[in-house]
Design a protein around this ligand. Structure first.
Ligand code: SF4
Ligand code: SF4
Length: 460
């Protein structure tokens, strides 16, 4: 097959100018299923910042303060290795999932596709009409109707982008801080207001103008398809063994022709402007609009459905059922190992963590004839929501801890605390210039963590 279609993008013409895609409004079972799913998705997205668990938001991604909340559990920069592993597991999951099911995520769960196809495109159909009406409106000269339609569409687009941007910000800074920005004096929240305007502008620009180009030229996941997919990956595919040779529909069946009646309905509904009959392409976001469109035509012409369907190349060419390759099994095993490690880390995560440093510029103090002391600073992070009173103990060395100023360190829930203390060791316990020490943290009788440091003594 001639593969020249792979040399250019459907959204760019030969002169390098943008070709606007006028895709027809899809309809069919899969579109209905995607509509229901996206409705649930919007509900979860817009309600998410308001849902609280144990007095905290369900999710918070405060990159500015380094504070993250997932399903009500708070994570600090000290938990970064869990995040690192989680990111790694997420990437491996994407690889495994894509190898098996192609870009299923793009069509059914990606925020870009869902917002574009299920919100913005619907508003466009509602205001300007279907593809042909949109094209006619764009080509028409500016008259009252065009001005009215274009203005209302863009006002609606901007309002929606503003809502999305605010919800997005609520996930980053929390609903309370967002409300403060909205209701407080402008001068006190210039940074917050600027972020709101910038985010709204970016969303508006993407959904009103840039559109499907996000999937074809920006999204790194889309660009990775070439290396992630293989002949066993299930993607939205045209069954060329059944469809070819294609030919226009005739009342009396022509036995020399395949089932494709070359009606171009699959092309007309495609939001990225491609012809899926050319084979799997970088631009295809697996939105299933072409499956619905083709099924409609098959039904109309009394042919079996699913000429375009979810299938692998091996499934179509060799009629092989879905099979899991060695590569797939290997990545799955890595994913299981990573998930096990993350689960173990989450279960064994200490409620309080911290660091101890010997006070800068100080060596050691002689304490009478038989003891030596070192001065330390401790910084603690309370990862729980409750206040914790902490004792410091020396368990693996014959000495004592002397906390300065207080009997215990008070670390408020989700806050940081600090203290200064001496460790006093008998000279007999000091065998070298630097001795390893472990300071154990106790909340009442409960051990909550151990922090390592070193004790400096006289040269031996
Ligand atoms: S080819 Fe089909 S599944 Fe792929 S983007 Fe176009 S309409 Fe959606
Ligand atoms: S919708 Fe189906 S029948 Fe029509 S051109 Fe596409 S593949 Fe062929």
């Amino acid at each position: 097959m001639e593969e020249t279609f792979r040399d250019s993008l459907a959204t760019v013409d030969r002169q390098g100018k943008r070709s606007w895609i006028y895709s027809q409004k899809p309809k069919g079972k899969l579109y209905n299923a995607r509509s229901i799913l996206s409705f649930l998705y919007f509900l979860a997205f817009f309600a998410g910042p308001f849902i609280q668990l144990n007095g905290r938001p369900l999710f918070l991604f405060n990159v500015v303060e380094g504070r993250f909340i997932l399903f009500g559990a708070i994570f600090w920069p000290q938990d970064f290795f869990i995040f690192g592993l989680a990111m790694l597991a997420f990437i491996v999951f994407i690889v495994v999932f894509t190898m098996a099911f192609g870009r299923l995520f793009c069509g059914w769960a990606c925020p870009q596709t869902i917002f574009m196809e299920m919100l913005f495109r619907r508003i466009e159909y509602w205001v300007e009409g279907d593809a042909a009406a949109q094209k006619a409106l764009n080509n028409a000269s500016w008259n009252t109707e065009k001005i009215l339609k274009k203005t209302s569409k863009h006002v609606l687009f901007y309002v929606l982008s503003f809502l999305i941007a605010n919800t997005f910000l609520a996930y980053v800074i929390g609903v309370d801080s967002l409300l403060e920005i909205i209701t407080g004096p402008v001068a006190a929240h210039t940074g917050g207001l600027a972020s709101m305007i910038i985010f709204s502008g970016v969303f508006y620009g993407v959904f009103a103008f840039f559109r499907e180009q996000v999937c074809t030229v920006v999204c790194p996941y889309g660009r990775l398809q070439g290396v992630l997919l293989d002949r066993d990956s299930v993607v939205v595919a045209y069954d060329y063994t059944r469809g070819e040779p294609r030919g226009h529909f005739k009342k009396h069946a022509d036995n020399n022709l395949g089932d494709c009646i070359d009606c171009h309905q699959c092309v007309k509904v495609c939001p990225t402007g491609i012809d899926i009959r050319n084979g799997t392409q970088l631009e295809c976001v697996n939105c299933t609009a072409c499956i619905d469109a083709c099924n409609f035509m098959m039904e109309k012409t009394g042919r079996p459905l699913h000429l375009i369907r979810y299938a692998s190349e091996n499934g179509i060419a060799n009629k092989q059922p879905l099979r899991f390759t060695t590569r797939f099994r290997l990545y799955s095993a890595i994913l299981v190992i990573l998930l096990t490690a993350i689960t173990w880390m989450l279960i064994s995560r200490e409620p309080v963590s911290g660091t101890i440093i010997r006070t800068a510029g100080m060596l050691y103090h002689e304490r009478g004839a038989d003891s030596i002391s070192n001065l330390y600073q401790i910084k603690l992070v309370n990862k729980t929501a409750r206040n914790i009173l902490l004792d410091l103990r020396l368990e693996d060395a014959p000495g004592r801890v002397e906390l300065l100023g207080h009997q215990q360190i008070d670390v408020k829930g989700e806050q940081q605390g600090e203290g200064i203390f001496f460790v006093v060791l008998p000279r007999t316990a000091i065998k070298k210039r630097k001795t390893a020490l472990h300071i154990t943290l106790y909340a009442g009788d409960k051990k909550t963590g151990t922090i390592s440091t070193t004790f400096l003594g006289p040269a031996q």
